[in-house]
Design a protein around this ligand. Structure first.
Ligand SMILES: Cc1cc2nc3c(=O)[nH]c(=O)nc-3n(C[C@H](O)[C@H](O)[C@H](O)COP(=O)(O)OP(=O)(O)OC[C@H]3O[C@@H](n4cnc5c(N)ncnc54)[C@H](O)[C@@H]3O)c2cc1C
Length: 454
């Protein structure tokens, strides 16, 4: 049994605390924000102060990979959520996989109840301010605890940093004489605007797919059905688009949404709740704690968004965070070996869990960014394959099931293309339709600018 400190009780930190406790470890979970208020799902969303997660009230899709991890590790969390109005949805993956319709804070509150109720988990409300260093054999610092603003020093066999995309890992490592993480970063190039809605009495979601994606030439609109008849309509526009601030005016945003034909079905039966919420500074970023095959630090690992964050429009962060939390929890049983060996093993298993999804996201986003910058349609192979999958899945059951598995990260894109039936059909389609691009929905840019000014 190991003594573990987990920093950050977001989705990844909460999952990790519960998964580690299940494996017999003792966990101190440190979180700067307080608990959710009592009173059920709506109170959690309206009243939970979550300064540490500025995007907590944005629409979230919960994909098959993450829900699958929870079903295996903590099915009681899903039972709790279903009892509180979250909706499990059977996916078209042919394997009985589930997605879950649920607002992010409702989901997180259930994970938090689970972790807080575990006798092996101590939940400390405090803020981590730095790492403790036990020495630096061969110039590589070994972390054996953390410094907390209120509690002071807490020692541990390993410190797992799940403090999210703004992790202070670089500053903390530098402060103990180490090197900062090696980082790869790519700005997503867009800002997010999200508006919550409530279905009216007797209303139904037009689709249970999460998210439903509609691409315009200059923006993307996403619908996220959630728990208890609530849903979000979110829009991404270029960070350089001067129109983005106008969309934060609720009347303007509703006018814009109503101008996107397939979105009207969502608006017809619903009432807006609160005002549109912005979110900027989005990026794909991977932080690695190794360089040239050697660890930069031992006794310390990054988990969830602190390690890899990805373009939110693909709805992957929560699933990757939970899958990564399980991967790291599995590694805890191997802490008895040399710290450097553990660090390298953890790095390798992290890379298997997150690496290829990160790479795929970077490639997809690079193509879409080039398309937005040039005003022309992206004709890269990746884009043409995605178009082929979107069209073929309409009538081809085999392709539909495979594409759905990739969408929910239950199959990697490389595994998909190793399926000969899919590869043959997709490549034939790409050859036969060299100029086909995905459907775009209106309004035109001109009409859009007109409706911004009323
Ligand atoms: C606009 C937007 C939309 C998104 N939509 C989706 C989606 O549809 N589906 C999806 O799966 N993912 C989505 N994501 C991504 C998803 O929200 C993240 O991947 C997820 O929050 C990562 O969880 P985490 O636990 O790693 O980090 P976080 O959720 O950021 O949690 C970090 C925690 O650490 C705490 N903390 C930070 N610093 C300290 C400190 N010094 N001491 C103590 N505590 C600290 C914070 O308070 C917080 O609780 C979206 C992200 C954004 C920005």
């Amino acid at each position: 049994m190991a003594d573990i400190v987990v920093l950050g009780a977001g989705v990844a930190g909460l999952g990790l605390a519960a998964f580690a406790a299940r494996r017999g470890h003792r966990v101190t979970l440190v979180e700067r924000d307080g608990p959710p208020p009592e009173g059920g799902a709506h109170a959690e969303v309206a009243g939970w102060e979550r300064r540490g997660v500025p995007h907590a009230r944005q629409g979230h899709a919960l994909l098959g990979l993450g829900i699958g991890v929870l079903r295996e590790e903590c099915p009681e969390v899903l039972a709790d959520l279903t009892g509180r109005g979250a909706v499990p949805v059977t996916l078209e993956t042919g394997n009985g996989d589930l997605g879950l319709l649920c607002r992010r804070l409702v989901f997180e509150a259930a994970l938090r109840r689970r972790a807080a109720a575990d006798a092996a988990v101590t939940l400390l409300r405090d803020r981590a301010t730095g790492l403790l260093c036990a020495g630096a054999p061969d110039g590589v610092p070994h972390v054996d605890g953390v410094r907390l603003a209120e509690t002071g020093e807490v020692t541990a066999d390993v410190v797992l940093d799940a403090t999210g995309r703004r992790s202070a890992a670089a500053a903390w490592l530098t402060a103990i004489g180490g090197a900062p993480p090696r980082e790869r970063a790519q700005a997503c190039g867009f800002s997010y605007i999200a508006q919550e809605f409530a279905l009216r009495e007797g209303g139904r979601f037009p689709s249970l797919r999460a998210p439903v994606v509609h691409e315009l030439d200059f923006a993307t609109v996403l619908a996220f059905p959630g728990d208890n008849g609530r849903f979000h309509l979110s829009t991404t526009v270029s960070s350089h688009d001067p129109a983005r601030r106008r969309l934060l005016d609720r009347a303007v945003y509703l006018r814009f949404l109503a101008s996107v034909a397939p979105v009207r079905d969502w608006l017809d039966g619903a009432t807006p709740v609160g005002d549109p919420l912005p979110m900027a500074g989005l990026e794909n970023r991977y932080r690695s704690l190794t360089a040239d095959g050697a660890p930069l630090v031992t006794g310390y690992a990054l988990v969830g968004d602190a390690c890899a964050q990805t373009n939110p429009t693909f709805g992957r962060g929560v699933s990757l965070g939970l899958a990564h939390a399980r991967t790291v929890a599995d590694q805890l049983g191997r802490l008895g070996q040399e710290p450097a060996a553990w660090a390298l093993e953890t790095h390798a298993s992290t890379d298997r869990c997150l690496g290829q999804w990160f790479e795929q996201q970077v490639a997809t986003d690079a193509a879409r960014l080039a398309e937005l910058a040039g005003g022309s349609h992206d004709d890269s192979l990746t884009s043409r394959v995605l178009t082929a999958l979107a069209v073929l899945r309409e009538d081809d059951e085999h392709v539909r099931v495979a594409a759905e598995r990739v969408y929910h990260m239950l199959l990697t894109p490389a595994e998909l293309m190793r399926d000969r039936k899919v590869a043959r059909r997709v490549l034939a389609f790409v050859r036969e339709h060299p100029d086909l691009s995905r459907d775009r929905v209106g309004p035109s840019r001109q009409d859009f600018e007109r409706l911004l000014t009323g």
